[in-house]
Structures are given as structure tokens and as C-alpha cells.
Design a protein around this ligand. Structure first.
Ligand code: EPZ
Length: 418
């Protein structure tokens, strides 16, 4: 298993281009299954989860080809075929194939995409909503079998709680259903917006995009389309927080500023100076980070749960304590252990809250990533720490970051992969 080596203590300086969004590209790739013709998904990030999704699409009979910064997908000959189990179970976002395959073929057979260290990751909201559209599900030895023998029929769906993936699955199925579907309590994350925008490019009719009430007119034939995937707000937020943690000044080229309100607000609270321009977002860290007394993760447009672990690392350098509350996932503090080994001081209040003690100086050491964003947090901690940090388990980081070492070297970091 390879590792990332970092010699910390360097103030990040310079500019870095932000890659396309992982969590927007994955449902958009799944949506190509609903189209007849060729799709060109531009600014598609070259990350492990995208490669897995493309492998799944090819296994279903799609033609896939990288071209420049994007990928062309033709689903003309796609149909229900056996999908490689490891690609399904290895990636939560394979779940969005549920709605796409039900929409395309009226049937889906896939391994249960299990949970991970950040939580049980149940799929009750997905199955419940798709059942309201007319699908029936049963499980056989860890495999989900979904069928809609009489096709899908639009209806009113009231979401019991906000779910990005469940909203995406509903949209993917509803565009192929008979009649209109109204989704109340839909997730408003930019990734849902990007999926809806792509489907409209393909000929779908969706109203309320960007709000928590979507109105989807089903039954329209969808043709191939081109879309540019928005830049990844979590990757941009990761590098923004890394700049603050190292006292640097960086330009985040192509940063999706409109999707970063919460992390920009936090940066300002910490004393940063930020400047938006046509190039992207310029961030100047203060000499000392002002304490932020409390921070909680929320659904969009609140502070994103995917940046919580990185915030944990950076808050160790603030001039006071910060109470961090994780409101989205039930087990997203695994990274506390290695951060403590590096010299961070944390008090676990309860399952959802941690008090971070500021004014700590982290020390480099060998640590292990256990999941994607925790791994990114360990890299950021290594940039901040004195001495050398070795982060093992890089495969987790590769799932969401095209090349975190390349990006951070652009900003002057002493970081390389072995
Ligand atoms: C998406 O996951 C993202 N993944 C996650 O990013 C992100 O953290 C999450 O949304 C929240 O923003 C992708 O887009 C591929 P949810 P998703 O359904 O759709 C519970 C990353 O690092 N829930 O909005 O799985 C769930 O357990 C990843 O890029 C149910 O109870 O998240 C969680 O507590 C990590 N039943 C909450 O809802 C369900 O059927 C929100 O989950 C579904 C979810």
C-alpha cells in the first residue's frame, strides 16, 4: 500500500486549478444510461470512483471513451447485465444506478453497497421513494433486486429527511416515469442541481432546480448532451482550509465560489481575507487564526460534512477552542485518533460533538487514512505539522482527489508519494 510523505511547516503559496466535482460527475454518468445517443461529460475528474462508475457503465453495455478533459458515453446498447460486484460494493455512489436502471430497464439487480466507517449508510430513503414510484424490492443473499413490472408512475413524494443520493435516485427514475413527480424535502446540494441541469440538457423537464421542491415531468425521450461538471466544492474547501492551516495565500482557480458560502464564511470568521475574481478565489490567511467557538455540519447550504474532518485538523491551530458538531453522519470522528497522535488536543463531548483545543502545534508521524475525507484531513495536518508525516491508505484519498500531491506541490508543499 503506497504512502504520502509530507515535510510540513511550509506556508502554501501560488495557484492551483480545482478539479471537477466527484459528487456531481457520478450521478451524471449514471444518468447517461437514460439517454439515446452520445454524451460528453466535460471536466470529469480522473479519480478512482469515476473509473469505477465508467467500469460499471461499460459492464452494462455502454461505450466509454476519455476525450480531453472529459469522457464520452454512449448508452445506445446498454441493458441489464451482470455488474462487477466489487465495483458496486466498493463505492456508495453505485447506488444511483438503482434509479437509472429502473428508469432504463424497469429492473435492477445489484449488490447492497454497504456502509463505511463514517456511518451505516442505510438505503431506506432510496427504496421507500422508489417504491412510491411503483418499484418493488427484495433482497437475496446481499443482493437487491428491484422491479417495476408495470413501469414507473409519477407521484408526490415527501422526503422524511434530506438525502442527496435518494433525491438523485428519485430524479433518475422519475424522468422515465409516466406523469409528473413532485419531490418535497429534496436535497438542494449543488450536485443534485448539476444532475437536474444535465437531464434538462438531455430533454427532461424539471422545475424547482436548486430548491427543496422538484417537479419532474416524466416520459420524455432523452437524447445525448454535453455538460461541464462544476468544480469540486469539497476539494476547493480542502485547499482553502489547508491554506489557513499553514498561514499561506493561494488562488483557487475555477473554485465554485457560489457553492462555497459556508466555508468562505468560516474562513472570514477565522480572520482570512478572500477575494473573488473571474480566475477563482484568492485566500490570504491571517498570521494567527481567530478562534471559532462553534461549528456544526448541516445540509446544503450549511457547512458541509465532507469538510468537517479537515476543519478538525485546522482548528488545532486557532487561537482558542472550537466545539464541532457532526449532524449528518453518526460516526465521522475516526480521524481524531491519528490527529491526537500528531499532538492535537480534543475532548469528545458525545457521539456527535468534539471540543477542539486550539494553540496546539502538531508533530509529524506515521498515520493511517481510514476513509476519503479523514485521509485528506491527515494530509492537511501533515502540511501544518513540524517534521515529516507519512500518510498510509492513500487509496481512500484517490477516490476523491485527482492528485492531491500534485495539487499541493503547485502550492509549494513538500509532499510526494512513495
Ligand atoms: C452524499 O452521500 C455524498 N456522496 C457524501 O459525500 C456526502 O457526505 C453526503 O451526500 C452528504 O452531503 C456522494 O454524493 C457520492 P445522504 P449520501 O443520503 O447521498 C442518512 C464524500 O466524501 N440516510 O445525503 O450517501 C445517511 O446515513 C461523500 O464525497 C438514511 O438514513 O448522503 C446520512 O446520515 C461522503 N437513509 C444522512 O441520511 C438513506 O436511505 C445524509 O445522507 C440514505 C441516507
Amino acid at each position: 500500500m503506497d504512502s504520502i510523505h509530507i515535510r510540513g511547516g511550509v506556508r502554501l503559496q501560488g495557484k492551483v486549478r480545482i478539479q471537477g466535482s466527484k459528487n456531481a460527475s457520478l450521478p451524471i454518468l449514471a444518468a447517461t444510461l437514460l439517454t439515446r445517443g452520445t454524451n460528453h461529460i466535460r471536466n470529469c475528474p480522473k479519480i478512482a470512483d469515476v473509473y469505477r462508475m465508467l467500469h460499471l457503465l461499460e459492464s452494462l453495455g455502454c461505450q466509454v471513451a476519455w476525450e480531453g478533459d472529459g469522457v464520452r458515453v454512449n448508452a445506445e446498447d446498454a441493458g441489464l447485465r451482470q455488474m462487477p460486484a466489487d465495483a458496486i460494493t466498493g463505492m456508495r455512489s453505485s447506488l444511483c444506478l438503482l434509479g437509472a436502471l429502473l428508469g432504463r430497464t424497469g429492473r435492477v439487480v445489484m449488490e447492497y453497497p454497504g456502509g463505511c466507517v463514517i456511518g451505516a449508510r442505510p438505503i431506506d430513503l432510496h427504496l421507500g421513494a422508489l417504491q412510491q414510484l411503483g418499484a418493488h424490492f427484495h433482497e437475496e443473499e446481499g443482493t437487491i433486486i428491484g422491479e417495476a413490472p408495470r413501469g414507473l408512475t409519477g407521484t408526490l413524494i415527501q422526503m422524511p429527511k434530506s438525502s442527496v443520493g435518494a433525491t438523485e435516485n428519485i430524479v433518475l427514475a422519475a424522468v422515465m416515469a409516466r406523469g409528473e413527480t413532485i419531490v418535497r424535502g429534496a436535497a438542494r446540494e449543488p450536485e443534485v442541481e448539476a444532475l437536474c441541469a444535465f437531464l434538462c440538457q438531455c430533454g427532461a423537464k424539471i422545475q424547482g432546480i436548486g430548491t427543496d421542491e422538484l417537479r419532474i415531468e416524466g416520459g420524455r425521450a432523452l437524447h445525448g448532451a454535453q455538460i461541464r461538471v462544476p468544480a469540486d466544492r469539497i476539494v476547493a474547501g480542502t485547499y482553502l482550509l489547508a491554506c489557513l492551516g499553514t498561514g499561506g495565500s493561494v488562488l483557487l482557480e475555477d473554485a465554485p465560489i457560489g457553492h462555497m458560502g459556508a466555508v468562505i464564511a468560516l474562513a472570514r470568521q477565522l480572520g482570512a481575507t478572500l477575494q473573488a475574481s473571474s480566475e477563482g478565489l484568492f485566500v490570504q490567511a491571517p498570521d494567527v487564526l481567530t478562534a471559532c467557538p462553534a461549528l456544526s455540519t448541516e445540509i446544503y447550504p450549511g457547512f458541509p460534512t465532507d469538510l468537517q474532518s479537515i476543519a478538525l485538523a485546522v482548528m488545532t491551530a486557532a487561537d482558542g477552542t472550537c466545539l464541532i458538531e457532526e449532524k449528518i453522519f453518526e460516526n465521522r470522528f475516526r480521524v481524531l485518533e491519528p490527529l491526537t497522535d500528531m499532538g492535537g488536543h480534543f475532548a469528545r463531548i458525545d457521539a456527535r460533538r468534539v471540543l477542539v483545543e486550539g494553540n496546539s502545534t502538531l508533530q509529524g508521524r506515521e498515520v493511517e487514512a481510514r476513509e476519503l475525507r479523514g485521509g485528506a484531513a491527515l494530509v492537511v495536518a501533515g502540511l501544518m505539522a513540524g517534521g515529516e508525516t507519512v500518510v498510509r491508505g492513500c487509496a481512500f484519498i484517490d477516490r476523491g482527489y485527482e492528485n492531491i500531491c500534485r495539487d499541493l506541490r503547485e502550492l509549494g508543499a513538500r509532499i510526494y508519494r512513495v
